[in-house]
Design a protein around this ligand. Structure first.
Ligand SMILES: O=c1ccn([C@H]2C[C@H](O)[C@@H](COP(=O)(O)O)O2)c(=O)[nH]1
Ligand SMILES: [Zn+2]
Length: 166
């Protein structure tokens, strides 16, 4: 029997782009927090993706992944070295302007990412976790995003399970 009706259980744009951001985060080698990002145009085209990791040439096997020495020995902790997923997504874009685009990201952007987001022209952020809400970095981020008129809202999970075999 041939099927002629349109499928109705296809995923929404938000599920699609947050799903891509989550999948991108699966590339991260960070043992504690994996973050993925996906930048989308106003007409729903994926422009760029990124995840948190060390810059090119900085070996995942040689640079430190720990965070416990953050205060007493920052040289041997990850924070000086990891490029955040949002910044990687912005830097990975080779097509020109990101003006008016939308960012899907699995963790609320820090203050450093907020600066890059604002300056690149991204106008909307859809974020997943806000686990660092209330920290100085996220407070500063929200302060700048609010001042710059960048809209942000938390992704509401639909509970849909998407299984892929790779
Ligand atoms: O805006 C952000 C903030 C953080 N990240 C990355 C940077 C690190 O690799 C982890 C955070 O590690 P913790 O162990 O949770 O401190 O997340 C990011 O990509 N974007
Ligand atoms: Zn950041």
């Amino acid at each position: 029997m041939s099927v002629t009706e349109k499928r109705e259980d296809y995923i929404t744009w938000d599920e699609y782009f947050m799903g891509v951001a989550i999948l991108s985060g699966k590339r991260s080698k960070d043992p504690s927090t994996q973050v993925g990002a996906c930048i989308v145009s106003q007409d729903n085209k994926i422009l760029s993706m990124g995840y948190n990791g060390f810059p090119k040439g900085c070996s995942d096997d040689e640079f430190p992944w720990g965070k416990e020495h953050e205060k007493d020995d920052p040289y041997n902790a990850k924070y000086f070295y990891s490029t955040h997923s949002e910044l990687n997504a912005i830097l990975n874009y080779r097509g020109g302007s990101l003006e008016g685009s939308k960012l899907y990201v699995t963790l609320f952007p820090c203050n450093e990412c907020a600066k890059a987001i604002i300056q690149s022209g991204i106008k909307t952020i859809v974020y997943g976790s806000d686990k660092y809400d209330g920290t100085p970095a996220v407070n500063a981020s929200k302060r700048m995003l609010n001042a710059a008129g960048v809209r942000y809202y938390q992704y509401q999970p639909t509970g849909r399970k998407i299984e892929i075999e790779v």
